[in-house]
Design a protein around this ligand. Structure first.
Ligand code: SF4
Length: 374
């Protein structure tokens, strides 16, 4: 059997931490390598989570170094690349930070060995994680009903594979079950029967059965999972959602990152003093350009030293946000306006749908970078 590596990237966020704990408890037989790629500009709460996780996993979390040759003497990995980019701050349109600090170091660390990379995208999220362009790396999503990546799903369900799928299903379903399932297995994907609908139909027939079929198919390909004799995730039927992630973190004793803790703020609206709550919705650099305005206010009030540090990066004329500088955002009237907008928006949504702080996280994490925040 070819040597296949199993790796899991720890971003310092809740989902990758929960995934590491989940796999350790459900599949201790998997020899998983944990790694993290540090920007050097994370919140202390993030580093504290990684420390606690390190103890709970009982295995070191390897810090991979994104810098090949250090000739800048910059104070952090982020600053090193910032210097190489001439002080040009990253943005959602020019995300050199993710490329240089997360993706390239990951690909370098992996090398050419067939590798399975476990990614903590949850069952209640509607997004795909980063799929490496390296053919020797395959992403697996253990928290989702469909653990396979989009490229695998597309190949397995291709219309040209229908006979092959039927043959695989013949080997695992009883004649009665097969009679019920065959119309879906044999039906071609079209405008009126999309790939998503076909996938859902097959998962309804059975998650384990679908996984077994995909596993058989992968054995005919060069995908890393296909090189294994046995892949325990094939039997996985659990779907992990946001509340489960917090439960896993609590039960393990690792706990959620501190920055999720809701803190109270006061804001005057129409002459009345109101009390709202704010928190940070994700891991990543303290100055990340993906954060919401209210999170900048949170940073200013909860970590004034880090906010001041983020401001110093704007001295070169580049800014973290397009529409305003941090100096403008930090003016008292601007802070009050941001809190007012946040208070009204969150209370309006709560009144309509009984939304809670976890829903706020769900809404905020749709945007951003899976490599930094999972
Ligand atoms: S957290 Fe934000 S700023 Fe930091 S590397 Fe990721 S995308 Fe870039």
């Amino acid at each position: 059997m070819a040597k296949v590596r199993h790796v899991l990237g720890i971003s310092g966020g809740k989902d990758s931490a929960a995934l590491a704990l989940f796999l350790k408890s459900r599949h201790p037989e998997l020899d998983i390598e944990y790694y993290t790629s540090d920007t050097g500009r994370e919140l202390d709460e993030t580093y504290a989570l990684i420390e606690r996780l390190n103890s709970a996993l009982g295995k070191p979390i390897l810090r991979i170094d994104p810098i090949k040759e250090n000739h800048t003497n910059a104070p952090s990995n982020f600053d090193h690349f910032l210097e190489l980019y001439g002080g040009y701050l990253p943005s959602s349109m020019a995300r050199w930070c993710t490329k240089k600090l997360k993706l390239e170091p990951f690909e370098e660390y992996i090398g050419e060995v067939p590798t399975i990379s476990y990614v903590g995208i949850r069952g209640d999220e509607d997004r795909e994680g980063y799929i490496s362009k390296k053919p020797n790396v395959q992403s697996i999503f253990p928290f989702r009903e469909n653990i396979w990546s989009e490229d695998v799903t597309k190949k397995v369900l291709a219309n040209s594979n229908r006979d092959q799928l039927l043959n695989y299903y013949r080997e695992i379903l009883s004649p009665q079950e097969l009679a019920q399932a065959e119309p879906y297995i044999s039906k071609a994907i079209s405008a009126s029967f999309t790939q998503k609908q076909k996938l859902e139909s097959l998962l309804r027939i059975g998650i384990k059965e679908y996984n077994q079929v995909v596993f058989q198919y992968l054995k005919t390909t060069d995908y890393p999972v296909g090189k294994l004799d046995h892949f325990p995730l094939v039997d996985n039927e659990e779907v992990i959602r946001l509340t489960d992630v917090f439960r896993i973190l609590d039960e393990s004793g690792v706990g959620a990152p501190e920055y999720y803790r809701e803190l109270e703020y006061e804001v005057e609206i129409d002459g009345e003093l109101k009390k709202g709550t704010y928190a940070r919705s994700r891991s990543g650099c303290f100055f990340c350009f993906y954060q919401q305005k209210i999170e900048w206010v949170w940073l200013l009030e909860q970590h004034p030293d880090l906010f001041a540090k983020a401001m110093t990066y704007e001295q070169e004329g580049y800014t973290w946000m397009q529409e305003e500088t941090l100096s403008e955002l930090s003016q008292p009237e601007r802070i009050a306006a941001i809190k007012k907008e946040h208070y009204i928006r969150t209370h309006r949504i709560q009144a309509k749908s009984q939304q809670n702080w976890q829903d706020e996280i769900l809404a905020a994490e749709g945007v951003g970078c899976a490599s930094c925040f999972i």
